[in-house]
Design a protein around this ligand. Structure first.
Ligand SMILES: *Cc1c(COP(=O)(O)O)cnc(C)c1O
Length: 409
């Protein structure tokens, strides 16, 4: 049973929320684009730059040792957070985009994927989980196949069963859709991919803030999350990769840190995870990302998700009373994301008016142009909830939306 959140106490940890926008109290509902960061994450930055800023894994001095210890402790903490079997399976990246590019590049460099193969993604993907695979297909000659999306914003699973075959090399899909909120049946997708020995890659950008991730029970080869969507800093993220897969794959980026021995004739590569971390990483970012995971765990992911679902229900019920308003993404299992359009009103105009009322939402295609094309639209207005949003905000958002629509038509 989930526990109710004390949003007053939580909001005190997020000073950014306590401000006026255009003379109105800010209502921040753009959490699927980026979430705000609590004081503990900010404090971690300050401690680092005031106390132990140094490059890691090399200096002989105290600061370098301390920075290395904290950086590696962050890796261990995040490994535990997603239940990885081994810390070496956690590669620090700058986010999901960076991680998927890493996966697609090492798979294409491995030589394992040829023109006989196919790669399966879905019609619900963010551009970050489309373009790197298109690039892989261009390089290898493999075919890109796309799971069609049903009208309610879910995968057409019978169509997926038709698409997957013994030549499927990779299946890469998102856990939750950023534009519609749908939770995808990744357990079934992974099971089907394993039957044909395909690699599995899951884009977890939108799951990390709402659901406990267990990469061992999912049994996928790759799983990736961005720090800035789970209350951490921008430019941080991780790629989980199964040890046996990462070990046999070639490195991608070359440089310092990823090597064991360099001569002009031949370079030998470092072991995991360093083989995939060329150059000085975002050291403090990784440490702050880990602090964000601690914050989320202290509140409890189950409690957070229940709270957000409650707010989304209030907002959804309120919005559906508005004449001519349509919600895109009506799956039974979805995150607290509401994507909608109103007859005769452009999404951009509605977003602009909401901003004037202090309400921050996202408008446009949400980096999912093919999905928008599937629905024959150019974009939606998207409201996405986080742990610090309140019932009053959900209600005020509905009222402001109604007012804005009245002004526009
Ligand atoms: C945000 C997002 C991405 C991209 O993440 P970055 O942090 O911008 O690299 C990819 N997929 C989904 C589902 C997202 O929501």
């Amino acid at each position: 049973m989930a526990q109710a959140l004390d949003t007053t106490a939580i909001r005190a940890d997020f000073p950014i929320l306590d401000q006026q926008v255009n003379g109105q109290p800010l209502i921040y509902l753009d959490n699927a684009a980026t979430s705000q960061t609590p004081l503990s994450v900010l404090a971690s930055y300050e401690q680092y730059y005031k106390g132990y800023n140094a490059n890691i894994h090399r200096g002989a001095h105290k600061l370098a040792r301390e920075a290395t210890e904290k950086f590696e402790a962050a890796r261990q903490n995040l490994a535990r957070h997603i239940n990885a079997a081994d810390d070496r399976e956690i590669i620090f990246t700058s986010g999901v985009t960076d991680s998927i590019n890493l996966v697609a590049n090492i798979l294409s460099l491995s030589g394992e994927i040829t023109a006989d193969h196919n790669v399966i993604i879905s019609g619900l993907e963010h551009h970050s989980n489309i373009v790197p695979w298109q690039m892989l297909c261009e390089r290898t000659g493999a075919e890109l196949r796309v799971i069609p999306i049903l009208d309610n914003g879910t995968f057409d699973m019978p169509a997926f069963d038709q698409l997957i075959d013994k030549n499927t090399a990779v299946v890469s899909v998102n856990h939750y859709s950023n534009s519609l909120g749908t939770r995808n049946p990744i357990e079934d997708i992974i099971a089907a991919a394993k039957k044909v020995d395909a690699y599995t890659c899951i884009d977890g950008a939108q799951s990390a803030p709402h659901e406990r991730i267990d990469v061992q029970s999912l049994d996928c080869d790759f799983y990736t999350i961005s720090g800035h969507k789970m209350y951490g800093p921008t430019g941080t993220g991780l790629l989980y990769g199964r040890t046996q897969v990462l070990e046999k794959m070639p490195p991608w980026r070359g440089g310092g840190e990823m090597i064991k021995l360099v001569t002009f004739e031949k370079t030998t590569y470092n072991e995991l995870p360093f083989k995939y971390e060329a150059g000085t990483p975002n050291i403090e970012g990784a440490i702050a990302f880990s602090a964000a995971a601690d914050y989320v765990n202290q509140i409890g992911l189950e409690n957070i998700a229940a709270h957000e679902r409650h707010l989304a229900k209030i907002a959804t019920e309120g919005l559906l009373e508005i004449d001519g308003l349509r919600i895109y993404g009506t799956a039974a299992e979805k995150a607290a994301v509401i994507s909608f359009l109103v007859d005769g009103v452009h999404h951009y105009d509605l977003g602009t008016l909401l901003d004037q009322m202090g309400v921050a939402v996202r408008t446009g295609h949400h980096c999912c142009q093919p999905l928008m094309a599937r629905f024959g639209i150019t974009g939606t207005v998207r409201a996405s909830f986080a742990m610090y949003n309140t019932e009053q905000e959900a209600e005020a958002f509905v009222k402001s939306t109604q007012r804005a629509i009245n002004m526009l038509r």
